[in-house]
Every structure is written in C-alpha cells, then in structure tokens.
Design a protein around this ligand. Structure first.
Ligand code: A3P
Length: 335
C-alpha cells in the first residue's frame, strides 16, 4: 500500500476533544489557556493545568465520587513513579487474597494501571459512570489531582492518601520523554528547550509541579494519619524500609512470619522495574485509554536528568526549588 492509501490515523483518546459535553466546551472558553505539551492547548482549571478531556473527567469525579473511610488513594505528580507504586500497593494490600508467590498473581497478567485505576483519567473519563459494586474492600484508586481539587468526600472522610513525588529534574525528563512517545507517528516532537520553560512556569500536566508537591507535603505534616508522603528516590534506596512504612501507615503491617518467609522481598522483586518492564503484558499490552503499557517503563533510574540538563538549566531549577520550598523542610535528593 502506498502512503496515500494507508487508512487515516485515529488520534489517541487523550487527544480527542469531540466527546466533550457542551457544558465543558463553554467552561473552556472562560479558562486561561497555554500551549500544550501533547494536546494543542492545556487549560488552567482550579489553579492546575490539564487537557479538556481531563478537566471533564475531573468535574465528573468531583461531583460524583463518594469516598469510603476504607479507601486508599494513591496521589502522584505525573511521571513520579506511579506505575511502580501502584504495583507495590496492590500486592501489599491484597497479599492475603493474592499471595505474592501465587503463579497467576494479577500483576503477572495485568498492568498496574488496570489494578489501581485513575479516578479522573479512567473511571470518570468521557462521561463514564463507574460501577464500584464488585470492588473489594479496601478500594485501591489513584489520581493526579492537587489536594485542593480532590472530591470533597475524600477530604472529609478517613480515606488514606499515599502521596508520591520525585526529584523535579527527573520528573521533568520523564515527562518530556513520555509526551514525545505518545505523539502520533512521533511527529512534531517537543525539543527539551520548548517544554523546559513551560515546566519552570508551572505549565505541565497537573502543574505547577511545585505547588502540587508543597500542598501534599504540608498536608502530610498536619495530618500524618491521613497523608503519607513518599519520595521515589527514597523508595529506590531503601525499598524494604519504605514498604514496611507503607504497610504500617495502611494498618496492614507485615508479621514476623511473613518477613521470615520472604514475603517482603518477593513483593519488592515482583514490583521492581526489571521484573515488571519485562513481563509480556507490559511489553505488548495496551490500556483501555489507548496508551501502550510499555510507555510507562523507560529507564526507572535516579539522576537521568544529568544526561540532558545544561548547567544553566540545572541552576535555574535549583533556584526555583529553593524559592518554592524554602522553610518547608522538604528537601529533594539528587539535585
Ligand atoms: P523514567 O522515565 O525516568 O524511566 P509514572 O509511573 O508516574 O508514569 O512514572 C514513570 C516513571 O517511573 C518512568 O521513569 C518509569 O521508567 C519509572 N518506573 C516504571 N515502573 C517502575 C518501577 N517498577 N520501579 C521504579 N521505576 C519505575
């Protein structure tokens, strides 16, 4: 078939805007707008940046989602290691129902995003009404929403929030690769310089990055039983310690017997980048939202930013970090 005869490419779902409700289209006309990394534009809704389709999902989720006290919600900034932590959470919380040594463990056949679904990106996207009736307790869910935009019932209930962030430089590099990977036919890929200024100015998915992290950091200090603040780098360096900390926060600590039988070690092995990224489901499968599972696994390392940042770029990030987090007590490693 010649090039002109090939069937037209259908834009992936995240770029489709034709399914927006009239109400959402009207709202968009009133919102501040900027050039998008992936979609042509992103909009500022309630102080954070998102695509039209995400905003529609956010509104539905805010209006409809009823949190339960037993819910566990993983909150992350995009590209901070959500996929890996979803797998850890799933195997930790479900280790009685799905023993980690089980041959058909769900993580071996499903991508972590299918086991711990996003609220606004998956369950409430495109006007869907999720059916939670078959969910087991506790429900494991996830979101990228800033604290102030969480559905009210999440804020008012005893729902536990596990928050994950990552060094901003690595987060930025990961996001840059991710959005370029999702571009149709890899056309019009963004140069690093093109999106660097946008990120610094807060214009990135669910950004400003700085405000997102700072708000949850403050919440974790004010309400340590509700919000656990985790860092990607710390988990990578001391995985066992942080998995046990997570288990204690979620009130399902490991018993001595489990530790002696190697349950903790096996959960960490199962959820490691090396293991997950090589599973068939993650090398060949696709999410219902259109993304290939493999785009969530790239290098999974600390400090990849050093391969891309100039000294000037690094210094500007350091300056912003200092300005934004001064006095908060929050420190990023590997700057
Ligand atoms: P890199 O692009 O730096 O490799 P998210 O899951 O929030 O989308 O983040 C994706 C980042 O987490 C990617 O980082 C990806 O490679 C890394 N990652 C995926 N699975 C991981 C795992 N099991 N452990 C550690 N990092 C993982």
């Amino acid at each position: 078939m010649s090039k002109s005869q090939t069937s037209p490419q259908i834009p992936p779902k995240y770029l489709q805007e034709d399914e927006l409700s009239d109400e959402c289209k009207k709202l968009l006309l009133t919102l501040p707008k900027e050039r998008g990394w992936l979609a042509s534009h992103i909009y500022n809704y309630q102080g954070f940046w998102a695509t039209p389709r995400i905003i529609q999902g956010v509104i539905a989720c805010q209006q409809q989602f009823q949190a339960q006290d037993s819910d566990i919600i993983l909150v992350t900034t995009p590209k901070s290691g959500t996929t890996g932590l979803k797998s850890l959470l799933f195997s930790l919380v479900n280790r009685v129902k799905h023993p980690i040594f089980e041959q058909n463990h769900p993580l071996l056949i499903k991508n972590p995003h299918n086991l711990v679904p996003f609220l606004e990106l998956r369950l409430y996207v495109d006007g869907q009404v999720p059916d939670f009736s078959s969910c087991t307790t506790p429900r494991l869910l996830s979101t990228h929403l800033p604290f102030a935009s969480l559905p009210k019932s999440v804020q008012d209930s005893n729902t536990k929030l596990v928050y994950l962030c990552r060094n901003p430089k690595d987060t930025f590099i990961s996001l840059w690769h991710f959005t370029n990977n999702l571009k149709l036919d890899h056309k019009d890929i963004n140069s690093i310089g093109k999106v660097y200024d946008l990120f610094c100015n807060g214009v990135s998915l669910y950004g400003p990055f700085w405000d997102h992290v700072l708000d949850y950091w403050k919440q974790s200090i004010e309400n340590p039983n509700k919000v656990l603040f985790l860092m990607y780098e710390e988990i990578k360096e001391q995985p066992k310690m942080h998995l046990k900390r997570l288990a204690e926060f979620l009130e399902c600590p490991f018993s001595i017997k489990e530790e002696n039988c190697g349950v903790v070690d096996e959960i960490l092995r199962m959820c490691s980048f090396k293991n997950l990224s090589n599973l068939e489901v993650n090398t060949t499968g696709k999410l219902s939202t259109g993304e290939e599972n493999k785009v969530f696994f790239r290098r999974g390392e600390i400090g990849d930013w050093k391969n891309y940042f100039t000294t000037e770029m690094s210094e500007k990030f350091n300056y912003i970090i200092e300005q934004k987090f001064q006095g908060s007590g929050l420190k990023f490693s590997y700057n």
